[in-house]
Design a protein. Structure first.
Length: 75
């Protein structure tokens, strides 16, 4: 499905990059420190970090592009 989507679907590309960057960042923390450093705390929500935000935003972008955006397939 991914290769057949129109080349103009930047949302999938940017979403995939954001997801991968967040995952790699968390993995680097796990390898280097044996835990992930979470530093954003709103007191009423679980603590998270910027990599977690990138993972969530990237996932939302890809899902939006796949299921909500008008699909233009290549021949």
């Amino acid at each position: 499905l991914y290769p057949r989507l129109a080349r103009g679907s930047a949302l999938i590309h940017y979403g995939s990059v954001a997801f991968a960057a967040g995952a790699l960042s968390n993995m680097a923390d796990r390898i280097r420190l044996a835990h992930v450093i979470d530093f954003i705390d709103f007191r009423v929500w679980p603590v998270f970090n910027i990599a977690d935000i990138a993972i969530v935003v990237g996932t939302i972008c890809v899902l939006w592009a796949l299921f909500v955006q008008k699909k233009e397939f290549l021949p």
